[in-house]
Design a protein around this ligand. Structure first.
Ligand code: IVH
Length: 690
């Protein structure tokens, strides 16, 4: 009884999901949908014995963080040759037609997201793997389940019992803008573009976060053994019947002219699409022809991507203003007449530095071309000189800090000007405090930019050391605060004393020490005191730390004011040491390793095994290194250096033998066994794709 009701609800909810997210044709109201969902949630909670990972209740995700396992693709995920020119595209067609005569092509949009491969077994989603390096990727199934347009169970019954379907996880512009607004409000770095946002979201460790991000998934390739299709278009039609979201915009073309017309049409129309595209993919339709054409070492010879040129917009540059960062770096900003560009409204563009402005002779009042590159902030690529106002004046760059008036300086090798007044420049001081309280650093809530400025102006907060002496009664009389929020702020500050060492280290705002470097430093030195007294050479032994970072760390700890602040943070009992990791064994205690080359498992995984057994990972080969674990294609320089220094070299097998017997904790990802019964490893992959 209960079981059949559960099954009925799951079927119904999935049907409505499909109607809403794939067909855009809801049959019931959100309210009715929610009622069915709640009924299912209640029944599943009362009957855990009927749980199923593909139940629609799992689409809301969970707060549990998952470690992604690395898994090998059943068929490699290849890339495409690409071109920006119609001429080269013509060569591609000519080459094919020389061998095959006239053939049919399918033109599709090139979706600008992140590639995904979904496996379905017996009509149910089994796993979802990112492209990774094409050979192996991350298992992100839990996150993919939260994307409403991905069917968890297929419709109909004529699907192969096992197949893969590939496509693109996309972030629509609307979701992208919403997320970035939220991130900026939280003091977090916004995503540079929807593609990064989609990829970053899929790697989110809490699927509940993914569920809220509004991702979509469009599929464009069915892969499997002995599939019953003769053409690509047939396979996509079948996939559409099974419930997948397949783009409506694909088109069969029979000549160069038709292909060019498709490209011209979509180069224009794509501006009206709610998600990003960056080109057109042209594929031979017939699988027999595809098989004959074959592959190069990297890409199929039967498909090519034509990439659109970046979109440009022409608009007026109203004013050039300047931003002072927390490190004193000055960035000139172009304030533009708002203009639509690649799906979003652009109001500002970066001008990089003084040289850039001089090079393009950019002036206030000019009409300028703006373009979006990979960066979040668009750039100005040219000035429309024909439209330059008659009274236009060359722009003269500032020579003093717009905030504190200090003469600006230029450091060797740096294109930017800097305000050297680190101690006295208000914006830099406030910037450092804002960086410290960021979510990725100390995560102090309730203290936004305005409040920090308010506390600063009122003499309550000069630097991050002051934070831990603040009292609620000092905050509550200030405008917009009140008792309740004052108490919340104080509570959040107190709570931050539990924040792990690596995030405190990131929060200190040492120039060039980002999140990842902070983590490596924390892992390597374990305590702030050891880091503070480290020599330049010791710093250079750390993963990812080169000379620029090492010098910046030394400089930071040589500064009196920084030392004073650190002592106050110590008094506030913040975490000055890394947590002891649970170890699998002490087999590698005291030994340092350099890992280099390709292995049967991901390199990061190997490094984690080293750490789990008490060993230390080091970036570069030097006299103090004990072992070099050498994989395939290791650079010859490394090998030479290791030989010269007499460092023991280990193969992957020899290394594994060192830790064999010692138990590996279950948190470590393991490789999924190859399913050799289904796809033979040696089968010509090209031939078996379709
Ligand atoms: S077909 C063997 N079709 O572009 C090639 N790819 O540069 C299979 N992409 O990794 C890919 N839209 O992430 C294909 N309609 C489309 C696509 C598409 C976007 C991406 C995909 C692939 C990359 C290749």
């Amino acid at each position: 009884m209960v079981k059949s009701r559960i099954e009925y609800l799951r079927r119904e909810l999935e049907r409505h999901n499909y109607n809403y997210y794939v067909e855009n044709r809801p049959e019931i109201s959100d309210f009715e949908f929610d009622a069915l969902m709640r009924e299912l949630q209640d029944l599943e909670a009362a009957h855990p014995e009927f749980d199923d990972p593909n139940s629609p209740t799992h689409r809301v995700g969970s707060d549990l963080t998952t470690e992604f396992r690395t898994v090998k693709h059943r068929f490699p995920m290849l890339s495409l040759g690409n071109t920006y020119s119609l001429e080269e595209l013509g060569d591609f067609i000519d080459r094919i037609e020389k061998e095959e005569g006239e053939v049919e092509y399918v033109c599709e949009l090139k979706f600008d997201g992140t590639a995904i491969s979904l496996s379905y077994r017996n009509g149910e989603l089994e796993r979802a793997v990112t492209r990774g390096d094409g050979e192996q990727g991350d298992d992100v199934t839990t996150n993919i389940r939260t994307i409403r347009s991905v069917p968890l169970r297929l419709q109909g019954d004529d699907w192969p019992s096992l197949f893969e379907i590939r496509g693109e996880v996309l972030m629509p512009y609307a979701s992208f803008e919403k997320i970035n607004r939220e991130r900026e409000a939280e003091g977090e770095q916004p995503f540079a573009n929807p593609r990064n946002a989609a990829a970053g979201t899929l790697k989110q460790q809490a699927s509940a976060v993914v569920a809220r991000r509004g991702l979509d998934c469009t599929l464009y390739q069915v892969a499997g053994e002995n599939l019953p299709f003769a053409t690509h278009s047939e396979s996509l039609e079948a996939a559409r019947r099974w419930g997948f979201k397949i783009s409506e915009h694909g088109r069969l073309c029979r000549s160069k002219g038709e292909i060019e017309a498709y490209i011209a049409e979509w180069d224009e129309k794509r501006k009206t699409l709610p998600f990003p595209t960056d080109g057109v993919v042209i594929k031979v339709n017939d699988f027999v022809v595809r098989r004959r054409l074959g592959f190069t070492s990297k890409a199929p010879k039967w498909a090519v991507a034509y990439k659109f040129k970046a979109e440009q917009a022409l608009t007026r540059l109203n004013e050039i203003t300047f931003q002072v960062g927390r490190t004193g770096a000055i960035t000139p900003v172009a304030n533009l007449e708002p203009v639509q560009l690649a799906g979003t409204t652009v109001k500002r563009a970066t001008l990089h530095n003084a040289e850039q402005i001089a090079l393009l002779d950019i002036r206030e009042g000019d009409m300028v071309y703006v373009e979006k590159g990979g960066e979040i902030i668009p750039k100005i690529t040219a000035v429309e000189l024909k439209e330059r106002p008659a009274d236009s004046q060359p722009f003269s760059y500032i020579d003093r800090c717009p905030e504190c008036g200090t003469p600006l300086v230029r450091y060797e090798g740096e294109a930017k000007h800097y305000c050297p007044n680190q101690a006295g420049c208000r914006v830099q001081r406030i910037g450092r405090i804002l960086h410290f309280i960021r979510r990725k650093a100390m995560d102090i809530e309730g203290l936004g930019e305005e409040t920090v400025e308010l506390l600063y102006e009122n003499g309550l907060l000069h630097d991050v050391g002051d934070l831990y002496d603040l009292k609620a009664h000092q905050l509550s009389p200030l405008p917009r605060l009140g008792e309740k929020s004052a108490e919340n702020i104080i509570r959040s500050i107190r709570r931050s004393s539990e924040v792990p060492f690596q995030r405190l280290l990131f929060g200190l705002g040492i120039r060039f020490v980002g999140e990842t470097t902070a983590k490596y430093l924390a892992d390597h030195f374990r305590t702030l005191d050891r880091l503070m007294t480290a020599s330049r050479d010791e710093l250079l032994e750390t993963e990812e730390v080169g000379e620029k970072i090492a010098d910046s760390i030394l400089e930071f700890f040589a500064e009196e004011e920084n030392l004073r602040i650190i002592e106050r943070l110590r008094a506030a009992e913040l975490q000055f040491a890394a947590e002891e990791k649970q170890r699998a064994s002490n087999a590698l205690e005291g030994k340092s390793f350099v890992v280099s080359g390709k292995f049967s498992i991901a390199r990061d995984e190997l490094k984690r095994i080293i750490e789990a057994h008490g060993g230390r990972n080091v970036a570069a080969v030097s006299g103090s290194v004990d072992y070099l674990v050498a994989g395939e294609k290791m650079g010859p320089e490394k090998r030479k250096k290791a030989e010269k220094l007499g460092i023991t070299m280990l193969s992957e097998e020899e290394f594994m033998a060192m830790v064999a017997g010692a138990e590996i904790p279950s948190a470590l990802p393991s490789n999924e066994p190859q399913e050799t019964n289904i796809i033979t490893e040696t089968a010509p992959i090209q031939g078996s794709l379709f």
